[in-house]
Every structure is written in structure tokens, then in C-alpha cells.
Design a protein. Sequence first.
Length: 185
Amino acid sequence: MSRPEMYISLVVGPNCEMESYAIRSALEYFGARINIHWIGRPNDLIDVLSGEGLDHKVDYLILNFHGDEGRFCMPELGEDVYDSNEPRGEFFGDQEVKKYTNLKDIKVIGSGCTLGIEQLANAFLECGCHSYIGPDDYIDGNANLMFVIRFMYEIINNHKSQEEAFKLARSIDKETSMYKLYMSK
């Protein structure tokens, strides 16, 4: 196998399997190597965000989740199933990101409704991320998928910069224009 065009970690939240399969298939077709992380509990996400569960080489971390009011939707577990130190509840927001995240110079895409609000993006940037991209409102699922595929297509196949690829993917339609790009200073 030849060297991959890009290394991507795809983190799959609850009930996001179909979209994630489509993203994975398209990006592998473009020549990317994809590492999948299935999230069944909060500590699974923490393992990724802390950097402990990531491969040593990651160009992009795609967090493919449902979102609500700038928070990642998480599975709610029975009280007896949670680990003693595990966050509880149906959401994982900016405070949890600040507490558990250590992603130095990684480019992150929060692919899901409202996962591009400024407060959440800033939490990721404060934790060392190079950049953060996500929609700041309730985006249609098909538009969400199209943004990610077009964005990566422009970077991988047309060798566009992140900023150029972002502008092109964002320009598809009214829905994809919800995506915002935040850069570390």
C-alpha cells in the first residue's frame, strides 16, 4: 500500500453510524487512512480527547456526533454502569472539553448540530488544538455530510489549504454556510 494522503481519526457518537460509514468510505476512496473510534460511554470520548486513545499521527480529528446547544450528545448509562470518575448525563460540553482535552496542534472538526458555537470552539483551542471547525446552528444531516466530504476532497485531491477548502465547502448552500472556522492565535 502506498503512503496515505492523510491520517484521520473519526470519532463516532451515538446514532451516527450511517453518516460515519459514508464519511469513512469517501475519505478512504480519496486516499486517507481512517482510524475509527466508537463512543459507547463518556470515558471512550475522554480517551480520544486526552490524546491517550489516538494514533501518534493524526492530521484531522472528526467528531461525528449529534449536538444540542453546543454540546455533544452522549449515551446515558445506568448509574451502576458508569465508572466512578466518569462524567454523567446526556451531554458533554465546553467545561468537560476543558477538563479532559489535550490535543496539541490537531485540527478538529465537530460535525453535528451546534458543535461550531464559539464557546465550544474556544474550549478546544484553549486545550491546544490547531483549529476547530463546526456548524453553529441546527444543520441538516445531509448538508453536514456534504460539508465534510467536500472539505476533505478539496484538501486531499485538490491540495487546497484548510482555509480555501473551508470556503469552498461552506459555499455549497445555506445549510453548509453554518460552518465556522476557528484558529488558534
